[in-house]
Design a protein around this ligand. Sequence first.
Ligand code: FES
Ligand SMILES: [Fe+2]
Length: 454
Amino acid sequence: MAVQEQAQSIEGPYSGYYRRDIPAEDAELTHVGSGTPCGELMRQYWHPVALSSDVTDLPLAVRILGEDLVVFRDRSNRVGVLHRHCSHRGTSLEYGVPSERGIRCCYHGWLFDVDGRILETPGEPPDSKLKDSFVHGAYPAEERHGLVFAYMGPPDEKPDFPVFDTYFTPKDNRLVPYSIWQPCNWLQIRENGMDPIHAVFLHSRMNEVQFTQPWAEMPVYEFFETGDGMHYLTIRRAGEFLWIRAAQYTLPNIGQTGGLFEEVDASKYFGRVSLTRWVVPVDDTHSWIFGLRHFNEVVDPLRKGREDLCGHDSVDFVGQDGNRPYEERQRNPGDWDAQVSQRPIAIHDLEHKGSTDVGVAMLRRVLRRVIRGEKQPVISTGDASGQKVVYTYSHDTVLRVPSRDDLNDEEVQREVGRRVMDAVKSGDAVPHADAREAHIVGRLKEIEANPYPG
Ligand code: FES
Ligand SMILES: [Fe+2]
């Protein structure tokens, strides 16, 4: 067939034949194994690898970044993350026995400490030097807020453990850990967080209203790069109120999202997040979301959230896991169904991105620049008071700003949004987290008192 004829046909109707071959995935951003560009970037950060509640008196076999590992708790309550296969002859330590100190392999009783040192090789003669001649593969582990974190990078480059401001706001905030299994690449899960427009369709207009009615309104939106990632700003009108929302992506795989059940019927100033989430690659085509659900009166005044539904492969809002019956997922699909069905690894070369995909494109750009070493991410580790709290921007603010006949409402929304974001960012210079919050709330009230341009 002439080349010209084929070129015309692929643009015409019934072009499936010409489109049947699937190009390769974007390996630079999606592959995470040892030695891959993205995999090595990932290894520079701490990641959750298990729920604490899944690490019982039995060891837990996990796979993270393409590496087979075992997570265990010894009888002194120390958590260890070790290479899964015993250094002796390879038996999986998931069959091992947690001991007073470390874990003992079931096959010949070798005892490994949490740092990989070999404490005993009981079948060997007493004068054997074998146990002192090498160590077993181990990673530093920390247990926080019901999650076990590991650092899988070069030991001498281990960063400080990041603690986000959102954990402590408001003061009585409760953090509940959970996990979600997703059989697909990590990146398409993370990209969802920088695609606020999917909430208008997937969560509101295409299905039942999965959260609240204000989500169905098409927002005014903008995206911004930050030193350590990016964030978006959406502004929606609901009657006489404007709902200004920022959500943040923190390199390499962290997202923080504001309230789920916003009714937008009363003023709110710098309400913080309902979710802190890490998308942790298991390998190139499987992922765990490990998350902290935040429960407090500010983020969920109507108490629609359910702490009792958060745990292993389960969270308390619709469409987040693959455990619903298939027909129900088809009739009312959620984030899980949309993301997993983008293929095991979404194929970027087959996409036709539009204006609403600016955030996804920015996320890929930011990530690619860091992977290539063209941009050094600023890894925030603390404020000037030495509290070691990372300031972040995700929030919901609701201001009473009635529309006016003499003003273009979209321009009003954009301008108010920009001023709100300026107010939030002006808090970066305030050295204590509580003082920063008070400063931001004060600035937001000033905007509400005088919201119109000119
Ligand atoms: S294989 Fe583990 S002690 Fe022998
Ligand atoms: Fe969503």
